[in-house]
Each structure stands twice: as structure tokens, then as C-alpha cells.
Design a protein around this ligand. Structure first.
Ligand SMILES: Cc1cc2nc3c(=O)[nH]c(=O)nc-3n(C[C@H](O)[C@H](O)[C@H](O)COP(=O)(O)OP(=O)(O)OC[C@H]3O[C@@H](n4cnc5c(N)ncnc54)[C@H](O)[C@@H]3O)c2cc1C
Length: 436
């Protein structure tokens, strides 16, 4: 028996929040399920390095939340949540303005019975001087697009000046050798070749464009098995990327990075991909948070307020059976959704809200893209519990299937198939890299 008025409000429609809204919406409909996001279109965050490199067009890839709401049966509210009043059980949403400055929606409040926070994370500059001013972080489509345009302008200018200055070199610095930094470096290599193919042919990417990847740990992909790190580093270096490990960047200037040893690295464009933190306003909700602003949740994914849950990157959830907290990964957010569906189902029906078992993450392994035809990964055997190393095209296909699985969870099988075929066909009529 459904509780007549129980309203679940989900703040943040990313990898976790959107899947949750779609799956819950299909079951209970728009009166019970509300999704709030500050953007009007969804993009799967692990694709942002492709947006930044120009190999993925956000205007084709983005899925309208209004369309998804209609298709999946939830209510979509456009706006940025800035506060939660847990006593009054309502969220406070900022006004929404058009590019012209015109107010589209004024400031609003929205009541909830159960609140799910899934607002993701942003880059953590760790207070490094100059990082926030001079480095671009791939936190959002807007930032990824800013990087792409800046890169394009630099390439066009360098191509024009190359005839007069044969020694000219363009330097791209990537701070952080985790999955984001590694995938971006590989994606840039392909994008630069494509840019030359489409006419910036005064430049020879191997000779004139230097990509430097700086990592503080003693190996890249340090959270993943050493075999993956070694394979990824070999693949990047074979293709001309300079990889430096055990390098801690101490300052970011407009044209150079300086490390803790005082060495400097020239940069024309710098990306910061060296760690994450949750949005600072989460600290003001009166709930327990950790030092990187994540909401601390118990094994039922509940915050210190029993009516507020948190999933994905903005939550610090215990890793049952292991020490420490779960990593900030799309796979974690996806599995948390599967768990929370049952919890919220019971809440909406007015039944017992706490299942006997807490959330248990099952690590199926990790995959990292190292170009369009290469990947590296370690897969966990479901029965054996052993990990298997995969490399090459197979790993890349498996990596791509993760994005498809996200679409599948949100759109269902028919729409996912239609979309995949449609994109395959439109790709044939579009340039390999976005040049405008
Ligand atoms: C370049 C890149 C590559 C990555 N590659 C991988 C990978 O290969 N595998 C993997 O597992 N993970 C990868 N990740 C990490 C993965 O993207 C995140 O772990 C995952 O997206 C977290 O999901 P989420 O739902 O918590 O947050 P997100 O997907 O970040 O979604 C947060 C949502 O909240 C919205 N929002 C934020 N603040 C507000 C607010 N105040 N009000 C309203 N809405 C708000 C945002 O607009 C966004 O839609 C990658 C990340 C990046 C940046």
C-alpha cells in the first residue's frame, strides 16, 4: 500500500542520482519521485575527458532531464540546491537565471519526506597556490568545454605561428595520474592527431606538442593494481607522453608548474585532476561530514539524520569487509542505487525502512581507457575472487560497455539500443574531433 504523499527528493542527477530517479520513477511515478539538478542536461561524468579533448560533443551526448523525467516518470526541478532545513524537511533552491541575466525561476523551497543527496564532487586543489586560478578541473561539462575551447584556440594560434617560429612548442600539463589524468592524456593524443588531419597541419603533435603527466605517488593509477599502472605508463610513454611520478606540484602559474623540489615545467594549458572533495555547503547542513566535506553515512547509507541518505562521491560510506571508506567511483554510485531502491520502495509504501543487511560493495574490478582502441583493466573473478588483467581492444570495449550500462539503467533497453545506433550513424557524418 503506497503512502499517499511520501515524496522522495533526490538532489543531483549524475551517475548515481539519475539512475535512482529513473528506476524509482518507473515504479512510483512523478508524485513520489523528484529530481533536482542545477543543469538541464545530463552527461555521464566519466565522459568528461572526451568532452575536454573534443572527441565527444556535449550537444549530441547530453540527455535532457525534462525528456528523461517524462520518459521515466519522475518530476524534474531545475535549480541549484544551496541549503537543507532538516527540521522543516525542505530544500532551498537558488534562483535560476538565463544567460542574458533574466530570472527564469525565483528562489524556491521544496518539501521532502526522504532526501537523497547525490551532488557528486569537485576537484580538490589542496590549497596549492595558483591552482584554482590557472588550472582547469574537469568537474563539469562547462569546465570540460572551457578546456576544449582553450586548447583549440592554442592549437590554431600555434599552427599560424609555426611557419615563423619553427621551434615553437605547446605544453600541456596534467596534474594527477589517476584515471581522469591518464584517460585525458590518452584522449588528447588522439584528438591532436585528428586536429592535424582536419587542417592544423603546420603542427606535428609528436614534435610540437608536449603532454606532461605529473603524479605525486610513486606510480600512476596508484589506487589500482601495479600491473595496470605499468601497462598504462608504457602505453602513454610509447605514444610520447612524459610521465613523472613522485612529483608533488607546489604551485601553478600562468605559464609554469613548480614542484616541491623547485623544478619547473612549462605549461600553456594545465588540467588539475589530483583529488576530489565534496561541495563545501554540505558542511553547513548540521550533518556529520569528513575533512573533504563528504556526508558520513552508515552501512544503510543514512546520514546522521535518518531521513537523509547520501550516495556517490558526496558520501563517505564504510567499505564493509575492508578497511576505510568506499572509493569515489561510478561503479560504487551505481551499486548504491541498487541497494537504495529497496530502502526507498519500503519508505514510499510506508513499510519498514531499514532492510536487515547494510550496503555491501562488490568490486568487479576497474577499467581505464588509454585511447580509442586500447584500455587496461583488472577484473575480479565472481567465483574465484581473483583479479584478471585485461589489456587492448577488449579492455576498451569493456570500458565502453560501462557507459552503455548507465544508459541502460536510465533509458531501458530499446532507447539505449536506438541511441547507440543513432550515435554510430551520426558519427559517420561528423568530424572525429569537435572543431567549432
Ligand atoms: C574525467 C573523469 C573520468 C572518470 N572516469 C571514471 C571511470 O572510468 N570509472 C569510474 O568508476 N569513475 C570514473 N570517474 C568518477 C565518476 O565520474 C564519479 O565517481 C561519479 O560520477 C560519481 O557519481 P555521483 O552521482 O556521485 O556524482 P556526479 O556524477 O558527479 O553527479 C553529480 C550531479 O549533481 C549535480 N549537482 C551538484 N551540485 C548540485 C546542487 N547544489 N544542486 C543541484 N544539483 C547539483 C551535478 O550537476 C551532477 O549532475 C571519472 C570522473 C571524471 C571527472
Amino acid at each position: 500500500m503506497k503512502s499517499i504523499d511520501h515524496q522522495v527528493v533526490i538532489v543531483g542527477g549524475g551517475a548515481g542520482g539519475l539512475e535512482l530517479a529513473a528506476r524509482l520513477g518507473r515504479k512510483f511515478g512523478p508524485r513520489h519521485v523528484v529530481l533536482i539538478d542545477r543543469s538541464d542536461a545530463h552527461i555521464w561524468k566519466p565522459s568528461l575527458h572526451e568532452v575536454a579533448a573534443g572527441t565527444l560533443d556535449i550537444h549530441r551526448e547530453g540527455l535532457s532531464y525534462f525528456m528523461l523525467a517524462k520518459d521515466c516518470g519522475f518530476t524534474f526541478v531545475l535549480g541549484e540546491v544551496e541549503a537543507v532545513d532538516s527540521k522543516a524537511r525542505q530544500v532551498q533552491i537558488k534562483p535560476v537565471y538565463a544567460d542574458t541575466g533574466e530570472e527564469i525561476f525565483s528562489s524556491r523551497t521544496l518539501p521532502y519526506h526522504t532526501l537523497v543527496m547525490s551532488v557528486g564532487s569537485k576537484s580538490n586543489f589542496f590549497g596549492t597556490p595558483g591552482a584554482a586560478e590557472h588550472a582547469i578541473a574537469l568537474d563539469s561539462t562547462a569546465e570540460a568545454e572551457r578546456f576544449r575551447l582553450k586548447l583549440l584556440h592554442l592549437l590554431v594560434a600555434a599552427n599560424r605561428r609555426k611557419a615563423d617560429d619553427p621551434s615553437l612548442q605547446l605544453n600541456i600539463g596534467i596534474v594527477g595520474g589517476g584515471a581522469t589524468g591518464v584517460e585525458l592524456a590518452a584522449e588528447l593524443l588522439e584528438a591532436l592527431d585528428d586536429a592535424v588531419f582536419y587542417g592544423l597541419n603546420q603542427l606535428d603533435p609528436k614534435r610540437d606538442i608536449r603532454i606532461v603527466l605529473l603524479e605525486g605517488a610513486d606510480r600512476i593509477l596508484s589506487a589500482l593494481p601495479p600491473k595496470m599502472s605499468a601497462a598504462a605508463q608504457r602505453l602513454l610513454e610509447d605514444r610520447g607522453v612524459t610521465v613523472r611520478t613522485s612529483v608533488r606540484v607546489a604551485a601553478v602559474g600562468e605559464h609554469e608548474l613548480t614542484d616541491a623540489e623547485g623544478r619547473s615545467y612549462p605549461v600553456d594549458l594545465c588540467v588539475w585532476a589530483a583529488g576530489i572533495k565534496a561541495p563545501a555547503w554540505l558542511r553547513d547542513l548540521g550533518l556529520e561530514t569528513n575533512r573533504v566535506n563528504q556526508l558520513v553515512v552508515d552501512r544503510y547509507l543514512r546520514t546522521t539524520d535518518p531521513d537523509i541518505y547520501a550516495i556517490g562521491d558526496c558520501a563517505q560510506a564504510p567499505w564493509q569487509g575492508q578497511e576505510g571508506a568506499l572509493p569515489a567511483r561510478a561503479q560504487v554510485a551505481h551499486q548504491q542505487v541498487g541497494y537504495l531502491i529497496d530502502v526507498l520502495d519500503a519508505r514510499i509504501r510506508g513499510a519498514e525502512d531499514r532492510p536487515a543487511k547494510g550496503f555491501r560493495f562488490r568490486d568487479y574490478g576497474s577499467l581505464v581507457s588509454v585511447g580509442h582502441s586500447r584500455g587496461v583493466g583488472s577484473l575480479m573473478g565472481v567465483l574465484s575472487g581473483k583479479s584478471w588483467f585485461v589489456e587492448g581492444l577488449l579492455a576498451r570495449w569493456m570500458y565502453m560497455s560501462l557507459h552503455l550500462m548507465h544508459h541502460f539503467a536510465v533509458l531501458g533497453p530499446v532507447r539505449t539500443a536506438t541511441l547507440a545506433i543513432g550515435r554510430l550513424l551520426t558519427k559517420r557524418g561528423a568530424p572525429r574531433v569537435k572543431l567549432h
